[in-house]
Ligand binder design. Sequence first.
Ligand code: GDP
Length: 439
Amino acid sequence: MFDSLSTKLDRAFKTLKGQGSITEINVATTVKEIRRALVDADVNYKVAKEVTDKIKEEAMGRDVLISVSPGQLMTKIVYDELTELMGGEKQDIVIKGEPAVVLLSGLQGSGKTTFAGKLASYLKKQNRSVLLVACDVYRPAAIDQLKVLGEQVGVEVYSEPENKNPVQISQNAIEYARKNSKRVVIIDTAGRLAVDEQMMNEIEAVKRAINPSETLFVVDSMTGQDAVNTAKTFNDRLNFDGVVLTKLDGDSRGGAALSIRAVVEKPIKFISTGEKMEALDMFYPDRMAQRILGMGDVISLVERAQQQFDEEEAKRINQKIRKNQFNFDDFLSQLEQIKKMGNLKDLVGMIPGMGKAMKDVEIDDDAFKPIEAIIKSMTPKERAQPELLNGSRRRRLAKGSGTDIQQVNNLMKQFEDMRKVMRTMNKMSQTKGGMQQMA
Ligand code: GDP
């Protein structure tokens, strides 16, 4: 699902790699790519523009946390905005009344009858007594189809094959439900291949006559922008309560899921991902955003980092790196921050692609202990000026920390390598800054 959208978004995030903070210059290209990816995925252009403008506004000037890359931070920002776009919170179906009546609408072939069976099965599992009603007066096969599904999920189906009046059938069905202690009535109506006036009049009349507690609009997600347009037409006439997005198991490009809420201002309540009766899911905007981005783990990583990391401290360290003053005190403070984020193996597992690779590798949470012991054996002056650490001082550190000279030398080498990388990065950003000023 949404493979191509995920890939394109991922590529957009990668363009931010290695940048120290998100600025107007580096965000512009990324945002443009995100917008293109959304439009390619059949997201309504206006919606794509609105959401990317918001993403840009959110991202601008954000200091990048030391613990996450700008690309990762951007992923989180996009995730938040996509979640919001799809409605933020999960919205439940409303089952209210004696009996509660659920009216299903949608075009022919959208998956309405299949969904009727799934919803019946879902509600039955909640110990409710359900009645399915076949109200398609044009296709006798539709009645049979519902009967087969009803049998499959163990729910009674009400039909009047000779009656051609859907208003009457649905009223009779509700009466029947009352007499037979059915608590929920699900009405499957007739669809057409395209929106047509007679169909609209008919379902409008049914709705007026039975006053359902929930009217759902069922739509095939593979139809992209058409799905959004049809939703708008149905909503203008029916003022429905929620949307059911079907066939998300196919190669749907995601546009419908992303645009419907913004265009019709009604929540998606269910998604259907297959022909089997079990393939029904509640719609969670946040989970859907994660699936679209295909990188749920990065999002939890950034969230954790944002919760745990001290922004002020991150800024301070950033300054020191810029001035080539990063020392062992800063190193120790960084270790503390990383440790606060929790189990090391969990953290590594959250980095995309790393989880599997690290599955069998033992990562000891005590891995930092000798390093900390060595740094803590240094005098404040040594921590601030690591170049003071000559041979005899290093031997003293090994003894004081209960490690050996090899471990101390290793740490010194790692630290020196780190500083070298930082110096190179600084030089590069200075030259780049200089060139930008000249341009
Ligand atoms: P209706 O005309 O709106 O009642 O649509 P149907 O329920 O008859 O569904 C039309 C076709 O789509 C049938 O072949 C269903 O099996 C199929 N279908 C329905 N929902 C899904 C789904 O979520 N995934 C897939 N792959 N097929 C579905």
